[in-house]
Design a protein around this ligand. Structure first.
Ligand SMILES: Cc1cc2nc3c(=O)[nH]c(=O)nc-3n(C[C@H](O)[C@H](O)[C@H](O)COP(=O)(O)OP(=O)(O)OC[C@H]3O[C@@H](n4cnc5c(N)ncnc54)[C@H](O)[C@@H]3O)c2cc1C
Length: 323
């Protein structure tokens, strides 16, 4: 078995890279995914928010480029519900969501997206081996031999898009951090068209979901790849945040809680580039909390560097900065 390019992982990193490689004419690509389907890990455990705001200027540019494409709604259904950031600014949150408190700024072009539809779109027509785990690889005369749980695969280039495992797989200093999301029981007073209310400074956001509200307290605990232990104390933290930051929401009954992993490099910037120790390995990793919003632009940048359309040397996302 073989392919020109083997990609480890069918999350947004791997799928968007394969999507753009195909658009650039590179179709001899094989994605290897340890799970029985795509989107089991970070790409299926997120808040589905398209939010174009990063502290880092380089990352902001990719968020802008990626969000602009997704907003067209051609790849997956996009809901331009808007996003209100509580913080600097004089606008009133209650203008956009009658139960929200605080002042800040209104971002009408942000919103939410159908994440499984988007991931499915990137993977359309791709060759994916599901239920197969990449173990390691060795160098041969013409490229790499990738050892998997189902046998060896030969390739010219290996792309590490292993999400929370990307640090282990690619021997990179990446850390997965656990974050809880919680969804309330349906509540008749929730209007499904409300925007996302984001209090970035005080670590709290909410938006409508399934007739109720989805909440995050923006918690961040270092974790182990694929280990999703829920901390029951998160429910107390949520009630405290509601009482102090958004009291008009009142008492909330939580129906579902889950944990996802956001994986970061030490400087919290995406990692997109060839491995300086091994030119046959390319990383698309450390997508942190922006991997849905920036997916289109991240995949494009990765594919352009891989195919030589873009010079990856001195790139702000290059992996060389990690060593
Ligand atoms: C709680 C939470 C909320 C978030 N909210 C948002 C949001 O609102 N907006 C936004 O833009 N982003 C958000 N994100 C971030 C976004 O979800 C991630 O950045 C993105 O999904 C990362 O994609 P990935 O492909 O790197 O990782 P993953 O989706 O985890 O994909 C990696 C894949 O690699 C596979 N794999 C790993 N090791 C191997 C191996 N050895 N062999 C074969 N397969 C392997 C895994 O099974 C997995 O499917 C959120 C994340 C979390 C956790």
């Amino acid at each position: 078995m073989g392919a020109d390019i083997v990609i480890i992982g069918a999350g947004f990193a791997g799928a968007a890279t394969a999507f753009h490689l195909a658009r650039l004419g590179r179709t001899d690509v094989l994605i290897i995914e340890r799970e029985a389907s795509a989107g089991v890990h970070s790409s299926g455990r997120n808040a589905a928010i398209i939010r174009e705001h990063a502290d880092d200027a380089a990352e902001q540019a990719l968020l802008h480029a990626g969000a602009n494409v997704l907003r067209r709604g051609e790849l997956a259904a996009f809901d331009r519900r808007g996003l209100f950031i509580v913080g600097p600014g004089q606008d009133e949150a209650a203008r956009y969501c009658p139960r929200a408190s605080g002042r800040g700024t209104w971002h009408p072009d942000d919103g939410t997206i159908d994440v499984s539809g988007l991931l499915g779109r990137y993977l359309e027509g791709q060759r994916v081996l599901y239920g197969v785990t990449v173990l390691d690889w060795t160098h041969g005369a013409h490229g790499l031999t990738v050892r998997t749980t189902e046998g060896d695969v030969d390739c010219r280039l290996l792309v590490n898009a292993a999400g929370p495992w990307a640090g282990e797989v690619g021997k990179l200093p990446l850390t997965p951090y656990n974050r809880h999301l919680m969804v309330s029981t349906p509540m008749p007073w929730v209007d499904g068209r409300w925007p996302v209310i984001w209090d970035g400074y005080r670590h709290f956001y909410f938006r409508p979901e399934s007739g109720g509200l989805l909440f995050s307290c923006c918690d961040e605990t270092p974790g182990r790849p694929g280990v999703y232990e829920e901390d029951p104390k998160i429910l107390d933290t949520l009630q405290q945040r509601i009482e102090t930051l958004q009291p008009a929401l009142g008492a909330i009954a939580i129906r579902t809680t889950w944990v996802g992993q956001r994986t970061f490099a030490p400087d919290r910037r995406f990692v997109i580039g060839f491995d300086p120790r091994d030119e046959r390995v390319f990383h698309v990793a450390g997508l942190g909390g922006h991997g849905v919003t920036a997916s289109y632009a991240i995949g494009l940048r990765a594919a352009e560097i891989i195919t030589g359309k873009l010079d990856g040397r001195d790139d702000p996302f290059g992996a060389g900065r990690l060593f």
